[in-house]
Write a protein that binds this ligand. Structure first.
Ligand SMILES: Cc1cc2nc3c(=O)[nH]c(=O)nc-3n(C[C@H](O)[C@H](O)[C@H](O)COP(=O)(O)OP(=O)(O)OC[C@H]3O[C@@H](n4cnc5c(N)ncnc54)[C@H](O)[C@@H]3O)c2cc1C
Length: 482
């Protein structure tokens, strides 16, 4: 029996899903398909934490479809071939999917679209992931934007994004063989994922629950709370957004309607939250217009930056959360245990790695890629190039975060560091961000033995700062390119 294929990729939801909506409107039975094709992502195949999420998200999607009488068909291998086989087996007349924006996937999908059309099969792509398509926002002179504020203003001047669509009524009746989710081997063989499972609920229901909770008691204080890692001041929606378990149109519409009777402060807070959704849009805009952005500095003179010749042992200390700077170690351990790190702390750990340790930003980007459940090519590159000072609207290189001052400012009670770095939790709050500066007796009373149960700082902050600035001087006048 003829059918229409909905090719799920990273849009694991039934509501506000234009590809699914289009399939439902066709009137044909719908065949939901997922094809595992990590090789298509080239150098940026998903990392371990991301794979963990994908496994559970697929499980949730499969369950939701099953409740509606549809079976999610799972295949693996090159997606073009898998689709061709499915079409031959089922007589499908059309394939619908929602667009992805990673350069390697754009190339793959473009080729698949031509191949399908050449074979007389309708192939239609839709927008589920963004408020504004990256190519629709242009400066007055027709170029792409490199600064966030004018980009976001330009977005707001364009046509309003469409309202999110409700879950469509799907016609069952199409089926095909496939493998199981477990066959994809996405879960780690050594089970380090306990912390992930206790912190997250992948899937559309988990996403909706997080949004509801955030709109109930988070968004009105977001502007002040968002910079404090010790409290749940942000939405925690990033992995759900990355996997398309919720879309930005849904978040925008729900946020605006939650604010109907809000006061001015709450309104301002909500705008600040929506601007962060705007940073996600900006990241996609930059990646779309600069496909080598994940690997190459946007500001070309950074290609000549004199990085440290041998990153070890600093890199390992950083990855393990054993740098001796509690705010950095707390962030790196939060990342390892939960697959997520607070945005403020991402900036602090990044600054220590790239500036004080002079280890290339791409090295930090790779570590995040493997360990973050929200690892996203666009946002991760933007974040790391922001930290390095080489990106779009980036922090200037000479602004080097001091982890002690950052800790004192954004975690004044030291409760974030005490939670993640229990070795120093016995210290009074005022010493928790610089244990090596605490008097010997205070350390003794707190059970802190520097160099034994907690490391001394792996770099000298003042000296490494000077070295970083001197290194920056070397490239200031260069035009880049080696
Ligand atoms: C070095 C570095 C690496 C990063 N890597 C990633 C990554 O791989 N994936 C990722 O989603 N974000 C990344 N970010 C951005 C940001 O840290 C996370 O999006 C945010 O911490 C997610 O938490 P949340 O959902 O509670 O955010 P909220 O504060 O609740 O923000 C809401 C949403 O806005 C988006 N957002 C917020 N801040 C940013 C930002 N600076 N850039 C782009 N989008 C943003 C996210 O989708 C987020 O879910 C990175 C930032 C830095 C400094």
């Amino acid at each position: 029996m003829a059918c229409v294929i909905v090719w799920f990729r990273r849009d694991f939801r039934l509501t506000d899903n234009p590809a699914l909506q289009a399939a439902a409107e066709s009137g044909y039975p719908c065949l939901p398909v997922y094809i595992h094709d990590p090789a298509a992502e080239g150098d940026w195949a998903p990392g371990a934490a991301s794979n963990w999420w994908r496994h559970h998200s697929l499980q949730a999607l499969g369950d939701a479809l099953a409740e509606r009488g549809l079976g999610l068909v799972i295949r693996h291998g090159p997606a073009g071939d898998a689709l061709a086989n499915l079409i031959a087996e089922t007589g499908a007349v059309a394939v619908h999917w929602n667009r992805l924006y990673e350069p390697a996937l754009i190339a793959r999908d473009t080729a698949i679209k031509s191949r399908l059309r050449d074979n007389g099969v309708s192939a239609v792509s839709h927008n589920a992931a963004l408020l504004y398509e990256p190519w629709t926002i242009r400066t007055g002179s027709g170029t792409d934007y490199r600064a966030f504020t004018p980009f976001w203003r330009a977005c707001q001047r364009t046509q309003e994004p469409p309202a999110p669509s409700p879950e469509p009524r799907l016609t069952a009746g199409a089926s095909a063989d496939g493998v199981t989710i477990t066959d994809l081997g996405l879960l780690p063989r050594i089970r380090w994922d306990h912390g992930l499972a206790t912190n997250w609920q992948p899937g559309e229901k988990g996403a909706q629950r997080r949004l509801d909770r955030f709109l109930d008691d988070g968004v009105s204080a977001y502007e002040t709370a968002r910079d404090q890692p010790a409290i749940n001041g942000t939405s925690g929606l990033s992995p759900h957004l990355h996997f398309g378990e919720i879309g930005p149109r849904q978040i925008r519409t729900a946020t605006l309607s939650a604010l109907t009777h809000a006061d001015e402060d709450a309104d301002q807070s909500a705008q600040a939250f929506l601007a962060e959704i705007g940073w996600r849009e900006f990241a996609h805009h930059v990646l779309y217009h600069h496909p080598d952005f994940p690997d190459q500095p946007l500001n070309a003179r950074f290609a000549d930056f004199p990085w440290r010749a041998d990153p070890e042992p600093l890199l390992r200390a950083w990855q393990r959360g054993e740098t001796g700077f509690p705010i950095v170690d707390a962030g790196m351990r939060q990342l390892w245990q939960t697959g997520w790190m607070h945005n403020r702390v991402r900036m602090i750990v990044g600054s220590l790695l790239v500036k004080n340790a002079r280890i290339p930003w791409q090295t930090g980007e790779r570590w995040f890629w493997d360990t973050l459940v929200d690892a996203d090519l666009a946002s991760n590159s933007l974040g790391w190039q922001w930290v390095a000072g080489s990106g779009a609207d980036a922090a200037p290189f000479f602004r080097i975060f001091n982890p002690i001052r950052q800790g004192e400012r954004f975690d004044p009670q030291g409760s974030f560091v005490a939670h993640w770095v229990p070795e120093i939790a016995g210290l009074p709050a005022k010493h928790r961000h610089a244990p090596w500066q605490a008097p010997a007796g205070v350390c003794r009373d707190a059970g802190v033995q520097l160099g034994h149960n907690y490391p001394r700082p792996v770099v000298d902050l003042q000296a490494s700062r000077k070295e970083a600035l001197a290194a920056f001087e070397q490239i200031k006048g260069s035009s880049g390119g080696g």
